[in-house]
Each structure stands twice: as C-alpha cells, then as structure tokens.
Design a protein around this ligand. Structure first.
Ligand SMILES: Cc1cc2nc3c(=O)[nH]c(=O)nc-3n(C[C@H](O)[C@H](O)[C@H](O)COP(=O)(O)OP(=O)(O)OC[C@H]3O[C@@H](n4cnc5c(N)ncnc54)[C@H](O)[C@@H]3O)c2cc1C
Length: 357
C-alpha cells in the first residue's frame, strides 16, 4: 500500500489494510468513508477517567466501523499507518509511520509565525474565513449532543466571556477540549458553530472570545513546531537546555506537601473527573511553581497523566508560560490563591464541592 500526501490530505493508492489509531481520531474521521479499513484502536491512557473517555469514543467508532477492535498491546510492524499525536514526547515507538495531520484551524501556517500571541492573533484573524467548507461533521453522538446543548439549547456563547473563569459548573465554558484533543470534534466545525451562532443571534465580544481561545490552542501548536524539544526543557525557550529527569509524584505524595485547601480540592477534582477549568489550572500551576517550588515539568507530567483533554502543545505551552520560561513576555506569573478564590469562588462552593475531608 502506498500513502501519498497531496495538498495536506492523505491519499490512498490502494485499499488501506490496517490502521492503528491511538489518540488521534481526527484523521480517521476525515477518512471515515474507508469502510474496508481494518482498525485497531489502542489509545494511550493512564487513568480510569481517560479509559472511560476513550471507551466511549470506541463505542461511537464501532457504529461506523463495526469491525474495529480495541487493543491494549500493539506492535508497530503490524500496521500500515499509525495515528497518534505528532509530538516527540509520545511517539517514539511509531514515529516514522505517524501521519501528522492535525485538528487545526490552519493546515499550514499562511504567514511567518510571530513569536508572541498578540501579533499571531491579529494575523490569524485577518484570514479566518466566514465559514470553513469541508469541516467534518461530528459522528460521535455525544459531541453532537454537546454542540446542540451549548449553541442551540442554552445559547451559551452569549455569556461565555462573563462565565469562562468560573471554577464550578458545566456551563461556564464550552467543555469541548476533550473532544478537540482526541479529534472527534473538528476545530473547524466548532469554529463554524460559533460563526453560525453569531449569524443567528448577533456577534458579540463574548462569542468572539471562544475563537480567541481557539487561537491560543492554534498558536501553541505552531509555536511548538518552531521550538520542538525546548517545550520539554526546564528553562523552556530561555537559557541553556536542560532535559534533566523530573520526579513524578503520586497523588498521595502531593497531598502530603501542603495543607492549602485549594490545592487539595483541585487534586480531588482532577483525579475524580480528569478535568479542571482554565482558571483552576492557572491557580494550581502557579501554586505548584511559586509556592511549592516544584519543577513545572513535573506539573505538566501530572496533567498529562490525569487530564482527559491532554494536548501536548496546550499543556506544555501553558505550563511554560506560567513558569515564565515560555511565550509570555511578562515573565513568571503569580496567582495569589486567597485573592483568586475571593474573586472566582466568593461563596466557597468550589472548596465545598471538592474538599476531601
Ligand atoms: C497549566 C495549564 C495546562 C493546560 N493543559 C491543557 C491541555 O492539556 N489540553 C487542553 O486542551 N488545554 C489545556 N489548557 C488550556 C485550557 O485550560 C483548556 O483548554 C480549557 O480549560 C478547556 O476547557 P473548555 O473546553 O471549557 O475551554 P473554553 O474556555 O471553552 O475554550 C474553548 C477552547 O479553546 C481552547 N483553549 C482555551 N483556553 C486555552 C488555553 N489557555 N490554551 C490553549 N487552548 C485554550 C481549548 O481548545 C478549549 O476547548 C491548559 C491550561 C493551563 C493553564
């Protein structure tokens, strides 16, 4: 079998024989018409939350490809193509065969990447289309239901800007990141949903802010392409490269490190759900780096092992940013936990929900 790349798309000369799908369902989704394909689904996971999440994706996959099989153990040589994340951190075993097509707004970057986000955003916004034709519709019914809920039932883009920093509750932010990261939600389709919402209900700063956040996701991906391994160096983009090993902490070890109630609550939410809001991630990472004085890379590893929306670019990019070794020209960011909770959890409901004792 020969696989050719043309115009950024994968073309199959002969019938596909066997595909190994790890966490990147995006490409498969684009080529879902290949019914004769034999698919082995072998997601990379560490926790029960991640396993549950991928098992749901697998049951959706089976509706399209009834012969798809779940596998815990795979051998590279058994496959024609292996689909995973395109990052050195994960892929050594299957590197040569991984097709790097990504779930991005731009399939290649139509301008030179500015080093910082703001000029990137300006350039990107100038060329974002009104609508992406060819965006893949979701075939995962849970994703379709969530899109329906967010955009049509509750019309939540109208309030997104006011609520996105909430620490608790389903509706504060979109909650689409897990689907984006494993590729069952095409980011271009999500973008189209925002624009359609704006056509029907009016464009506001609030609805536009969802696109703003999607551009952060986009930016970290392209920024990673420029810096690659520096994303895993202790000094990040600055100073001498340092790939010294970092300790992995167990959840119990972490609980022993501090009595800070927010840290305990966030650990509890993270391990129970595999998710934290963006604000909780920021406060947690700041506490990790500035108060516990731990290596930011250990924190990034913890998130990698726990999040159901783990995305190497967004995760390491955000951790680096908060550690002051990434793209933020302002240097190390400090979030005072007490002040943050006064602002974002004035009634104490986050701590009450997730307190452990
Ligand atoms: C330390 C740290 C680690 C993170 N690790 C990840 C990760 O592994 N995977 C991941 O998808 N996001 C990560 N983020 C970004 C962000 O926290 C999540 O994308 C967001 O909380 C997911 O919830 P949502 O879908 O409701 O986001 P929304 O607020 O609804 O945003 C819409 C979408 O925009 C993107 N987005 C939003 N904020 C960011 C951001 N700061 N950086 C990049 N993209 C963003 C996401 O794709 C998100 O789904 C991290 C942030 C921090 C501070």
């Amino acid at each position: 079998m020969n696989v050719n790349r043309q115009n950024g798309l994968l073309r199959y000369d002969n019938e596909m024989q066997r595909i190994l799908v790890q966490n990147n369902l995006y490409l498969l989704k684009k080529h879902a018409h290949l019914e004769s394909t034999e698919i082995l689904y072998a997601p990379i996971y560490y926790t029960q939350n991640q396993l549950d999440f991928f098992q749901k994706r697998f049951s959706e996959l089976k509706k399209l490809f009834p012969t798809a099989q779940w596998s815990e153990h795979v051998e590279e040589q058994d496959f024609d193509v292996a689909l995973s994340w395109d990052a050195i951190y994960e892929i050594n075993a299957f590197g040569a065969r991984i097709y790097p097509e990504q779930n991005r707004l731009f399939s290649s970057l139509p301008f030179d990447l500015p080093e910082t986000f703001t000029p990137f955003r300006k350039l990107a916004e100038e060329i974002l289309p009104d609508f992406y034709s060819g965006a893949v519709l979701p075939w995962d019914s849970e994703v379709a239901d969530e899109l329906n809920y967010y955009f049509r039932e509750k019309k939540l883009p109208a309030s997104y800007l006011d609520t996105r920093n909430e620490l608790t509750g389903r509706d504060g932010s979109t909650k689409f990141s897990p689907y984006l990261s494993c590729g069952v939600l095409d980011v271009r389709h999500l973008y189209n949903e925002v624009r359609t919402f704006e056509e029907n209900h009016g464009a506001t700063k609030s609805s536009g802010w969802i696109v703003f956040e999607l551009l952060w996701r986009e930016y970290f991906y392209w920024h990673y392409q420029n810096h690659k391994r520096l994303y895993f160096s202790k000094k990040g983009l600055h100073g001498k490269t340092d790939f010294s090993p970092v300790p992995d902490y167990s959840i119990n070890e972490l609980r022993e490190l501090t009595n800070e109630p927010f840290f305990h609550a966030a650990l509890s939410e993270l391990t129970t759900t595999g998710f934290l809001s963006n604000r909780a991630r920021q406060i947690f990472a700041s506490f990790w780096i500035n108060d516990l004085n731990l290596d930011w890379r250990s924190g990034a590893r913890l998130f990698e092992e726990q999040l159901i929306d783990y995305d190497v670019y967004s995760n390491f990019g955000n951790w680096m940013y908060l550690a002051g070794v990434g793209v933020d020209p302002r240097g190390q960011r400090y979030f005072n936990v007490k002040k943050q909770l006064e602002t974002y959890d004035p009634q104490g409901s986050y701590l009450r929900t997730w307190q452990t004792n």
